[in-house]
Design a protein around this ligand. Structure first.
Ligand SMILES: [Zn+2]
Ligand SMILES: [Zn+2]
Length: 239
């Protein structure tokens, strides 16, 4: 079965508020059908409708920043079905106690609208048909997890989530030959720089990298195997 990724947004904290651009998110398509949404920040529901026609019912959440979870409270209504939300238990705790805390009665209603799937002690989330996410902590200013998605034990693609360049994190992610990574023009502790991910790509010529969270920046990388991902663009992982 084919596995494609489609970019739904490349924004960061201010991009939706100031410019109306969707926050960083992408979806996994199996056999051309939307299967998994990765993050649900501000602007993402409309982008998913525009590019996919419908939202996947399964959503992985990396962390509780607004540009990754801002539209989580509206997911059940947008889907007209029960969403299944996958995340690390520490992230789920923050989602339930902070993001969904509009008012006490509303909080319990919204928590109850979602099927929550928590990573186990091995940091794994096992799904149907041999699919599995292996989580790994990102280097970020808020509890945040990236992952490798595998099927039948074979790593297929990975996502850094919001993260500074961290050698252990990138080594974990590099199990998969396709990598979606967070980077921006200037290096910071909590977001990698274009230079850092360019160096990584040059050192890993067999990998294919796409950069999100750049907020519409322009950049030309030296390595041929890395580019800025653009909203609406697809990446074929399994043809
Ligand atoms: Zn972010
Ligand atoms: Zn963040």
């Amino acid at each position: 079965m084919t596995l494609e990724l489609i970019c739904l947004g490349t924004g960061h904290g201010t991009t939706h508020a100031f410019e109306g651009q969707p926050s960083s998110s992408f979806a996994v398509l199996l056999g051309g059908e939307p299967w998994l949404l990765v993050d649900c920040g501000t602007g993402v529901i409309r982008s998913a409708w525009a590019h996919l026609g419908r939202l996947p019912t399964t959503v992985f959440i990396t962390h509780n920043h607004l540009d990754h979870t801002g539209e989580l409270p509206y997911l059940a209504k947008a889907l007209e079905a029960r969403p299944r939300v996958l995340a690390h238990p520490d992230v789920i705790h923050l989602l339930q106690t902070v993001r969904l805390h509009d008012a006490p009665h509303d909080q319990q209603r919204m928590i109850g609208q979602i099927d929550w799937v928590v990573a186990d002690d091995q940091q794994q989330i096992a799904l149907e048909d041999g699919w599995r996410l292996d989580l790994h902590p990102a280097q970020h200013g808020y509890t945040c997890y990236g992952f490798v998605l595998s099927r039948g034990g074979q790593p297929l693609f990975s996502y850094s989530a919001d993260s500074g360049y961290n050698a252990a994190h990138y080594a974990f992610l590099s199990q998969a030959l396709f990598m979606i990574v967070d980077a921006r023009a200037n290096a910071g502790k909590y977001h990698a720089s274009f230079e850092e991910v360019d160096d990584f790509a040059q050192a890993h010529p067999q990998h294919t990298l796409r950069v999100v969270h750049h907020g519409g920046a322009q950049h030309t990388f030296r390595a041929p195997n890395i580019t800025l991902w653009q909203t609406g663009n697809r990446l074929t992982v399994v043809p």
